[in-house]
Design a binder for this molecule. Sequence first.
Ligand code: HXC
Length: 515
Amino acid sequence: MHSDKIKNFLQKKRQAEQSGGEEKIVSQHEKGKLTARERIDLLLDEGSFTEIDALVTHHYYEFDMQNKKFFGDGVVTGYGTINGRKVFLFAYDFTVLGGTLSEMGAKKITKVMEHATRVGCPIIGIIDSGGARIQEGILSLDGFASIFYHNQLASGVVPQITCSIGPSAGGAVYSPAMTDFVIMVDKLATMFVTGPEVVKTVLGEEVSFDELGGAMSHGKISGVSHFVAKNEYQCMDIVKTLLSYIPQNSTEEPSIVDTGDDPNRLDNNLITIVPENPLQPYDMKEIIHSIVDNHQFFEIHELFASNVIVGFGRLHGRTVGIVANQPMVLAGALDIDSSNKAARFVRFCDCYNIPIVTLVDTPGYMPGTQQEHGGIIRHGSKLLYAYCEATVPKITIIIGKAYGGAYIAMGSKNLGTDMNFAWPTAQIAVLGSEAAVRIMNRKEIETAKDPAALKKQLVDNFTEKFANPYVAASYGTIDTVIDPAETRPAIIRALESLANKRERRIPRKHGNINL
Ligand code: HXC
């Protein structure tokens, strides 16, 4: 009697493991994609996966749906470990009705999100889905709404990571967008609010799936995707690396790793890295790689708005978030995209107790009608808001130019930065010398006997007075001018001095960030 029940159970279990059936699994492989279960195996430590709700089915009868029931109902959910750390996850199962979201599928997803949020574990979502299950109509739409609600509840409590490995269409794209990091797999993932057919009908525009919403489009142009992975294997490696830098939840610190790198390591190459000619660019990444433990820098949003660099590194084994201008791209000026990119990263670091190290070399916010009309004021101020809001240890090093609003935005002292250093090559001013003289001395120059000579003299005077860190140091706005070779030990000592930083603000419901 009992053996019949066990047999029945085992049969159901086997059936659930087969998802949409052999034919659909073959079709998934033919599309060059792994199945949901294969993806989970690739991501988690061997044998660590525990599935939840494997026997869930939909309860829908319209459109002959009673004959299209599959255990799991289009999404595999559960928990397991990655390098020994617990994570909760959900993976849309394309072999079941195209991984479309049903009422029950949404319940499964929000159940693991709730568990993860309560126990303080990261949530990983693997997306490969036709979106809302058309047959279920409103039930499916409401299902998405409940996922968004749980994305928001988890935001800032536990890290949320999206692996986009197949289609993600319509409102379904907004759940990934509400997570902290999105990884898209090149040539397999697409994300768009409306597909090429609709684009053609409404706008008459011909565009391919990949061009409209492929990994490169979102990795480079829109910034929706933080990483573009070559394939599914690299996608899972990125998740693992990412997790190694961040804590389980907002009440924990990132783990300290014995990197073996000497905290007092000097680098004399840094003394000459900034060119004498301020118009000549250099690669800020060389400075970053020199400073961090074992020269390992994990860049985020590498392809998007690369005039600012953001990513994680370790200093004496502790994770830091690095924000830096890149003089090689747009001379390191801050524009709309780079402001958004850096602001979001600063806010992530602040949520998860990751100190922020800022390296500055910027001529200012980007001028022009395109930027002004695009809302550089609105977007640029997000960066100010993010730095002011962040209470984690903040250390800023001015390497080269630090002009005007961009000087302020890049972690200047009065945004609440704890330690501000400058290299002797730093230039801190409201404007560059040429621009400043043009504004201050225009009439004088125009009426001079030799305008060119006077202009040169005034520019030289201004440069001598302000193109250095010493005026700022005399006001204590710069705490210390440091030898570039000593940058790594200087930051590490500062971080150690700030290890027990506690900063409490007046309680409020939440700030109103200028979105
Ligand atoms: C029901 C769907 C479906 C959907 C796909 N299927 N999308 N069933 N509702 N939304 C089914 C197909 O009928 C098929 O069933 C199976 O899933 C696999 O789909 P294929 O088309 O054969 O696969 P493929 O060629 O790989 O194309 C995948 C696809 C395409 C790109 C996702 O199916 C597609 O464009 N689907 C529609 C996407 C979409 O517009 N979704 C709604 C977005 S609106 P069989 O039985 O043949 O295997 C939305 C609103 C959310 O999501 C709002 C939240 C606020």
